[in-house]
Design a protein around this ligand. Structure first.
Ligand code: PHE
Length: 449
């Protein structure tokens, strides 16, 4: 492998790595998908379960993936192969997950572009439900934005990992955070917001069921970019001086904080505007414009918000495509140019079918299977693949590679203190696999939920 001859490119700075990893984690998963899942799963009880899952499972698997990456300095497929040939398929599954997720992810990324345009043409003041439906049910327009979004993703991955986008996120991420705070202030002061706030923050623990837990786990992996090797890839660019334990705590903490405040920005507005909390994929898109419409300088802030959301989506999309491309480059020896364009094109086509499955046109029927739009099916399949990927990763680290070896890498031969080493070992060996096996059974109907 050429990595052995030529030292692998490494991050320019500590902060560069953290930013890029957080850039991968923070995206549509936090601002679009998380509030949707909270709404679908009954509110505060789900939030409560979600936070526990992040701390218990998210952080544990995050550390495992970063460790595999830094140890092997390879893409996910190469990494598993280098540690144990038999486990190569886990990396390959991650590549498949990248394919599936990016296909519909790019469609939503395209919606953010559609919304940037709508903010500029002053369309945020009308009926926001109509606004969203007007966009997605149109067969042509979302396809165009999906193409633009995918082309940008391809372009950035084409030119390597250390592009300007990574530097730009130093400004863009804090800006997104500030925008969310502004939205929260307006959202919370809307009439009727109180009901949304208690929906989000006042848990009724009797509502927690196995299905709440299953939904929270899938979302946790999606939001943290886990279970498909994205974090293995990021870890592979880290040098041995980096403290993995810190990274494995900081990335989930920031990601979860952004998801939490996105919920705070969106759910009160959902109730204030009389949108059903279980509206589904349109939840954020149906409510945010309404919040901006009732804000001083709302047109400008709305524009800014969707621009920032677009960039957050882009930094995540890059990491999804990067997993696919680095695999093809390292294992099949394609050139980066060839890998990026061909893989990107295939993902674009799959995404186009997802987009059309929401369209109000005859052709949509072709992409609705057993009553479910292809978009939703891909979303589900992506989540399944992440959970299965994380399950196999935890079994691999706990039982095949062995926690002692992983800990050796984590502590850099004892250089870094890891007070929770025992706890982590028990989690990755027993707790995480057992819980994920249960989730796996529910997916295939072996367990009723
Ligand atoms: N974590 C990203 C988000 O929340 C999506 C993603 C999933 C990125 C898996 C990479 C891998 O938007």
């Amino acid at each position: 492998m050429d990595n052995k001859i030529k030292p692998r490119e490494q991050w320019g700075s500590k902060i560069g790595f953290t930013l890029a990893a957080v850039g991968s984690a923070v995206g549509l998963g936090n601002i679009w998908r998380f509030p949707t899942r909270v709404g679908d799963n009954g509110g505060a009880a789900y939030l409560f379960v979600y936070l526990i899952i992040i701390a218990l499972i998210g952080v544990t698997v995050m550390l495992a993936e970063l460790t595999i990456g830094r140890k092997t300095q390879l893409n996910p497929v190469g990494a598993f192969r280098a540690l144990s040939k038999k486990w190569t398929f886990v990396g390959a599954m991650g590549v498949l997950a990248g394919f599936v997720i990016l296909s519909f992810y790019s469609v939503v990324g395209g919606w953010t572009i559609g919304y940037i345009v709508r903010s500029l043409t002053g369309q945020f003041s009308g009926d926001t439900t109509e606004l969203f439906l007007g966009l997605i049910t149109n067969p042509g327009e979302p396809l165009l934005w999906h193409a633009v979004f995918m082309a940008l993703t391809i372009g950035i991955v084409f030119f390597g990992i250390k592009g300007g986008i990574e530097k730009a996120s130093k400004i863009l991420m804090p800006a997104l955070f500030i925008m969310l705070i502004l939205v929260i202030i307006r959202s919370l002061t809307l009439e009727g917001a109180g009901a949304g706030l208690s929906f989000y923050l006042k848990p009724d623990f009797s509502e927690i069921t196995l299905s709440t837990v299953v939904a929270a786990i899938g979302q946790a992996f999606f939001s943290l970019s886990l279970g498909m090797g994205a974090m293995i890839t990021y870890g592979s660019y880290l040098n041995k001086e980096e403290n993995l334990i810190k990274s494995a705590a900081i990335i989930p903490a920031l990601d979860t904080f952004i998801a939490f405040i996105a919920g705070l920005a969106i759910l009160p507005a959902v109730f204030a505007m009389g949108v059903a909390p279980n509206e589904g994929a349109g939840l954020a898109f149906m409510t945010l414009p309404g919040v901006f419409a009732q804000m001083p300088l709302g047109g400008f802030f709305g524009f800014l918000f969707f621009v920032l959301l677009f960039f957050a989506a882009l930094t995540s999309a890059i990491s999804l495509l990067e997993v696919v491309v680095s695999f093809v480059v390292d294992q099949l020896k394609w050139t980066r140019a060839k890998a990026t364009t061909i893989m990107g094109a295939i993902i674009f086509v799959l995404g186009a079918f997802c987009s059309l499955s929401y369209a109000d046109a005859k052709i949509a029927d072709v992409f609705i299977w057993a009553g479910e739009p292809l978009f939703d099916l891909m979303d589900k399949l992506g989540e399944y693949l992440l959970v299965i990927g994380a399950l196999l990763t935890s079994i691999f680290v706990g039982w095949a590679w062995k926690t002692e070896n992983a800990l050796q890498e984590i502590t850099n031969g004892g250089k870094f203190k890891f007070g929770l080493a025992k706890v982590w070992s028990v989690l990755i060996k027993y707790v995480v696999p057992v819980i994920l096996v249960i989730v796996f059974f529910t997916y295939f109907g072996f367990l009723e939920i």
